[in-house]
Ligand binder design. Structure first.
Ligand code: SAM
Length: 385
């Protein structure tokens, strides 16, 4: 009854152009990856619709609904997925709470201050990587001198923010620490290295000791200069190869888009250094693509170049995840950023954990089975860990 009333209140606010936003929270299934849903009105092609942002543990999914189906979706989510809803209109606040026994309570309060509705679809998003007063973004060529992101660097900026959002989310699940020792393998132009340093220091108030390892000397020199100019005293870049880098204390090992087996070398270094977190975004998957030999029905997949590519990618990263699990790392593989921004969009996040012997052994068995199925003698990572 109260749920129906809540939906009716939203319907009426929408009809009078008074609906501002709603948030669904307090998920019923604590293991669900869906954390919240944020709903706001948007004007699309001059038609009022409801914009839903489904916030998962590691990504956001956005969908727009016609008003009626949007209201149905809210009702359905409150029957199946969430216990709380907060909604704001220009005149009222609505708070719906559903108990474990399905008893719903609705509180409606008049708002003190009238608020304007923003129906713009392209509203300014809050970004973790702030553009103002961040001169390193300018030095890296991402922003103009006035702090505006260059048109050609919008996708890169979005990618950097997404990466920081993911790290921020991962850090929520691990005990807070005042100091971080981080190695970024194959740091390249340093976009993500600088952003992480800045985030840990200025937003998390922690001491970040970050070393970027990069084999191209000109990039190392440039990044060190920018770090010095910005007085980033504990951010350093060293020239060297991932394979030959000896690591001491590392809490977090990062390797983003390091080519082919360089990702494996980085993972191996992270495991060897007993890093609490290993985060990598694999690049190309040449080794497995070249070395796998399919037979029988699997040949119908691998005879197509593009599917062979994807199959090699899936096999490579599946075995990486299993090997990490076999070494005691709880591992997740997920989308890093939308395909439209980069085809290299998979992120492997491995967190040191307690995994029992039997589970580790099962991972090894699965690797053997997969290799047999795909006619792969060896995954490069097996040889370096
Ligand atoms: C595609 S870039 C990615 C840069 C950065 N991590 C990012 O995501 O923006 C890969 C970088 O890794 C470096 N690299 C590749 N293999 C390497 C290796 N074995 N040792 C050190 N650096 C390597 C390349 O020189 C290049 O700058």
């Amino acid at each position: 009854m109260e749920l129906k009333k809540f939906i009716e209140e939203l319907k009426s606010a929408l009809a009078q152009n008074q609906f501002i936003k709603a948030t669904l929270a307090n998920k019923i299934d604590k293991n669900s990856i869906l954390k919240n849903v944020f709903i706001k009105p948007v004007l699309l092609k001059n038609k009022l619709q409801l914009n839903f942002v489904y916030r998962n543990n590691t990504n956001d999914i956005t969908k727009n609904f016609e008003i009626e189906s949007g209201l149905d979706e809210i009702e359905n989510l409150l029957k199946t997925t969430f216990r709380n809803a907060d909604a704001f209109t220009t005149t009222h606040e609505l708070h719906l709470m559903i108990s474990k026994n399905n008893k719903a309570t609705l509180i409606k309060k008049a708002t003190k201050n009238a608020t304007e509705i923003n129906l713009s679809h392209d509203h300014i998003k809050h970004r973790l990587v702030q553009t103002t007063a961040n001169s390193y973004l300018h030095a890296l060529g991402i922003s103009n001198a006035d702090g505006h992101i260059k048109t050609a660097m919008q996708a890169k900026y979005k990618q950097i923010n997404r990466y920081i959002e993911i790290v921020a989310d991962i850090l929520k699940d691990i005990p807070e620490q005042n100091e971080w020792h981080i190695t970024d393998m194959g740091s390249g132009k340093g976009y993500l290295t600088f952003a992480l340093y800045d985030y840990l220091r200025s937003q998390k108030n922690t001491q970040a000791n970050i070393t970027g390892v990069e084999m191209r000397s000109e990039l190392v020199k440039k990044c060190n200069n920018i770090a010095q100019e910005n007085k980033f005293d504990t951010l350093h870049f060293v020239e060297g190869t991932i394979q030959n880098t000896a690591l001491k204390k590392v809490d977090m090992l990062i390797a983003l888009h390091a080519c082919d087996t360089a990702t494996d070398d980085a993972i191996a270094k992270g495991i060897e250094a007993d890093a609490a977190l290993i985060i990598c975004a694999p690049c190309c998957h040449k080794q497995v693509r070249k070395d796998m030999h399919t037979d029988g029905v699997l040949k119908s997949i691998t005879k197509h170049g593009i599917l062979l590519e994807r199959q090699a990618e899936i096999l490579t990263d599946t075995i990486r995840a299993l090997l990490l699990e076999s070494k005691g790392y709880k591992t997740r593989v997920f989308d890093f950023i939308d395909w439209e921004h980069t085809p290299k969009n998979v992120l492997i996040v491995a967190q040191k954990s307690t995994i029992d012997k039997a589970t580790k052994a099962k991972c090894i068995t699965k690797i053997h089975e997969l290799k047999k199925l795909f006619g792969l003698e060896k995954h490069y990572l097996e040889g370096v860990i």
